[in-house]
Design a protein around this ligand. Sequence first.
Ligand SMILES: Nc1ncnc2c1ncn2[C@@H]1O[C@H](COP(=O)(O)OP(=O)(O)OP(=O)(O)O)[C@@H](O)[C@H]1O
Length: 243
Amino acid sequence: MRVLRIRGLEKTFTLHTVDGRTVASLRGVDLDVAAGEHVALAGPSGAGKSSLLRCVHRTYLPDAGTVTLFREEGAVELTSLPDRALARLRSRELGYVSQFLAAPPRTGPLELVAAAARRRGLDRVAASDAAAAALRRLALDEALWDVDCGVLSGGERQRVNLAAATVRPPRLLLLDEPVSALDPANRERALDLIASLSGAGVAVLAVFHDADAMRALATRVVELRDGRVAAEGTPAEVLGAAA
Ligand SMILES: Nc1ncnc2c1ncn2[C@@H]1O[C@H](COP(=O)(O)OP(=O)(O)OP(=O)(O)O)[C@@H](O)[C@H]1O
């Protein structure tokens, strides 16, 4: 079952501080992701990988093209969805993990993840239990569960972000280098979690810097170059055999 359909996506930035110069980031990208599929975006620095994720999440508003999310209730066009409906859809059906953790002041990991679970329909007690289970699964030290998220290390933040995005399986999970700050043991835990979500039918669109993570998780790799799809296939076809 198709979950995400991207057609003709274009995004150009105007650098107002540099004589209004323009930078084309996406130049007409077509891409589909089905339920249970894990599509990894590969390609050199500046190819447009993060921009593509941000256009799907609508942190960036694309200049042209469509981004359609398919749900039981019907298809939704994300590029033109009113802001309130977008906020509702994001909190209920999308998971987005970047290196940045957006936490309200004086909020600890347990409360942050529990709030995400409540937005996904769990009651207070079930949300708190689900948050504890999610943090435990990613081995976040219990002593940190109620400290201000602002003091967490980069790797701790990444795990809290991942826990919040996956405390209830989203329809579509967007991952922007979700394990870049993790040590090997925590990285394995995070990759296991991501694999189990694909197994449960979550559609995943991800950027990983290391090819081993793509080989381990991706059902398909899409390589971007200069804002266009340059190659597409299995990890072995696009990335070659492991060194
Ligand atoms: N907010 C922005 N303002 C101006 N230019 C931007 C912005 N975001 C991205 N770009 C430009 O768009 C192009 C694509 O950037 P993007 O971050 O999507 O690449 P990437 O493939 O994710 O790179 P990396 O692997 O280095 O993270 C780059 O030239 C970048 O400078």
